[in-house]
Design a binder for this molecule. Structure first.
Ligand code: HEC
Length: 121
């Protein structure tokens, strides 16, 4: 009877895993790269964005609509600016109240929403 060497099997599985990982890499939509590097032009706004919204809105695993991802933002923009501001201040599902920026003003939230959703103010 032939005994199958378990080391061989795990090697093979690791190899298949590597192949799949490489395949996934090339399928990343371009907006992920955009979300990772996009920054508001105004420096005070860039600073709050960098330490709050960006943690989730540039992270595909968070479930947040990514900065600059038109398709993800379109239905949200359609709700109207008031609803988006309300959801930002009071929270909405996985979106924490104030987006973790406790010192942000309403104007800053509106500017951040415009920036992330691709509607430049
Ligand atoms: C801890 C993670 C996290 C942080 C930090 C965060 N968000 Fe979000 N945000 C989310 C998630 C997740 C959603 C999607 C919620 C849903 O649709 O279920 C979301 C959705 C939103 C929406 C869309 C709400 C809607 O009605 O569709 C807006 C606007 C928004 N975030 C603004 C901001 C702003 C502005 C900041 C920074 C001040 C921020 N977020 C920081 C996780 C985060």
């Amino acid at each position: 009877m032939r005994v199958i060497n378990p080391c061989r099997i795990s090697l093979l599985l690791a190899f298949i895993g590597l192949l799949t990982a490489c395949g996934d890499e090339s399928k990343h939509p371009p907006e992920r790269a955009t979300a990772a590097s996009a920054m508001p032009t105004e420096s005070a706004l860039a600073q709050v964005y960098d330490t709050s919204c960006k943690l989730c809105h540039a992270n595909p695993a968070s479930g947040a609509p990514l900065t600059g991802d038109d398709l993800a933002w379109r239905p949200r923009i359609a709700q109207g600016a008031d609803t988006l501001l309300d959801h930002t201040i009071n929270g909405y599902n996985g979106m924490p109240p104030m987006g973790l920026c406790m010192q942000c003003s309403e104007e800053q939230f509106l500017a951040l929403i415009s920036f992330m959703s691709g509607q430049q103010q």
